[in-house]
Design a protein around this ligand. Structure first.
Ligand code: ADP
Ligand code: MG
Length: 364
């Protein structure tokens, strides 16, 4: 094929907060919002990259070697480079990106950009990589080429999403399952408009505290213990609270899966609100703005639960809302939030959407 197009969605973390680096489990949803890559082959290794949001077209030649340029092109170039290293044959290409995802809002525009690139290139220069191999290759591009130390959740959600399903990722096994999600429920993401500062010391401090708590429990990772064992253990109070959050999140993910398989969407809502309370009390990765958004959301008719999503320390909440109540919930929450805080909350109405590649990709 000399022309190709590919769409890859962003994602929202539904449950399983800070579990990834603890060998744990996460539930996420792919969004309808995402990045579309459209373009064609070019001869002689020439590469042209353009994005609606990013100014002039960037032109280079891949035969001269791909190196980070320290701007947005590192995401697609990183993917092209990792594909080349994995032995997938690819030549020159021109690509234009269009995005419906806010960038830097915690909805994983970076993974959408990577996955859209990989799938676009797989259509221009066909190669036989499975969905998981593509997700891992995109993560490697972000880790090694862009230099961001992210886990697999963003890329796996973008690749594996499925309409009316959540993506379950076991971060230790690096395996994915699809979990049915009630079609009458919607996801409302509300950004506090206060920037998430994950590069700050807090994120690394939490990681260290989790690793220390696991060591004190005599396990490899917090994945390997239970709430009951933790409460019975003799641990310093702070370590115990940090671990309580992560261990509780893993347990809530398993509970949610059982509830969803039995068709109980309300239970997922309760677990999401419990997750937020645990963030507030145990992990202390919430902010007054996120707490306010959650409190306002869960007071609304048709809202089944809400929690902060992603790393915390700012960013967005996700609320589980009856489809026909979504507009009212957003309007009411935004009006009180904006007046009280002086910030402007931004809402994104979503449903669990399709990923970049269909399940039968792996059989092809
Ligand atoms: P998130 O993944 O949460 O949106 P990141 O900081 O990980 O935030 O990724 C945002 C970066 O991804 C942007 O700074 C930009 O470099 C790149 N990016 C995202 N969307 C686009 C786009 N449509 N076009 C070009 N670059 C984009
Ligand atoms: Mg990102």
């Amino acid at each position: 094929m000399t022309n190709a197009t590919a769409f890859a969605p962003g994602r929202v973390e539904i449950l399983g907060n800070h579990t990834d680096y603890n060998g744990g489990v996460v539930l996420s949803a792919a969004l309808q919002l995402g990045v579309t890559a459209t373009g064609c082959r070019l001869a002689n290794g020439e590469v042209q990259l353009g994005s609606g949001d990013m100014g002039d077209m960037v032109t280079l030649n891949r035969n001269e070697g791909l190196k980070p340029r320290h701007d947005w092109t590192d995401y697609p170039l990183g993917v092209a480079e990792m594909l080349a290293r994995s032995g997938a044959e690819a030549g020159g290409f021109a690509v234009q990106y269009e995005s419906t995802l806010p960038s830097g809002a915690g909805l994983s525009s970076s993974a959408a950009l990577e996955v859209a690139t990989a799938v676009f290139l797989s259509r221009l220069y066909p190669f036989a990589l499975s969905r998981m191999e593509i997700a891992k290759l995109c993560r490697r591009a972000e880790n090694e080429f862009v230099g961001v130390n992210c886990g697999l959740l963003d890329q796996a959600s973008s690749v594996f999403g499925r309409k009316d399903h959540l993506v379950y990722l076991d971060c230790r096994a690096e395996s994915v399952k699809e979990i049915p999600f009630p079609a009458h429920l919607g996801l409302l993401i509300i950004n506090s408009s206060v920037k998430h500062a994950l590069t700050g010391g807090e994120y690394n401090e939490r990681r260290e505290q989790c690793f220390a708590a696991a060591a004190a429990m005599g396990v490899e990772a917090l994945r390997d213990t239970t709430s009951a064992a933790l409460e019975a253990a003799d641990l310093p109070a702070l370590a115990k609270r940090r671990a309580r959050h992560v261990v509780g999140e893993n347990e809530r993910v398993f509970e949610a899966i059982e509830a969803l398989r039995a068709g109980h969407g309300e239970k997922l809502g309760q677990l999401m609100t419990a997750s937020h309370r645990s963030s507030m009390e145990n992990f202390e990765n919430s902010t007054p703005e996120l707490d306010l958004l959650v409190e306002l959301a869960i007071q609304q008719k048709g809202c089944l639960g809400a929690r902060l999503t992603g790393g915390g320390f700012g960013g967005a909440i996700v609320a589980l809302v009856e489809q026909d109540a979504v507009e009212d919930v957003l309007k009411n929450v935004k009006s009180v939030y904006d007046t009280k805080t002086g910030y402007s909350a931004a809402g994104y109405r979503c449903r669990a959407g399709v990923g970049a590649l269909p399940p039968d990709h792996d059989q092809a």
